[in-house]
Design a protein. Structure first.
Length: 117
């Protein structure tokens, strides 16, 4: 379950931010995860809850938003969302090229914002 290690790194980042800003309480953390980062929101949510249960972060809300996959064709530069939307390799609707597309979005995993008190 890689969500556990993801939750651990998120918590480390959150703790860093709290120390940096002299805050005591985490109200909300918003995480954006790309469709290709293969994060299971329920699993991450559960890992977050387990890891924060006995800490000062207990009770904080974890909000997650998925970013769709967006590819850019290497031949014609057209940007498109592949079908199925989880596929990094898909034919370009403009020219049919299947390989070498750039992943514009869909792989990201980051904290969008923190609400601290
Ligand atoms: Zn193309």
């Amino acid at each position: 379950m890689h969500e556990l290690s993801i939750a651990q790194s998120l918590l480390a980042l959150i703790e860093d931010e709290m120390t940096k800003h002299g805050k005591e309480k985490l109200i909300t953390v918003k995480v954006r995860h790309g469709r290709l980062s293969s994060v299971v929101p329920e699993a991450l949510s559960m890992a977050f809850e387990v890891l924060t249960a006995d800490s000062r972060l207990a009770g904080a809300a974890l909000v997650m938003e998925e970013t769709p996959v967006l590819l850019r064709c290497r031949d014609c530069n057209r940007e498109f969302t592949p079908e199925p939307p989880t596929a990094a390799f898909a034919p370009c609707p403009g020219c049919g090229q299947e390989l070498g597309h750039t992943v514009v979005s869909g792989r990201e995993l980051y904290i969008e914002y923190l609400e601290l008190e």
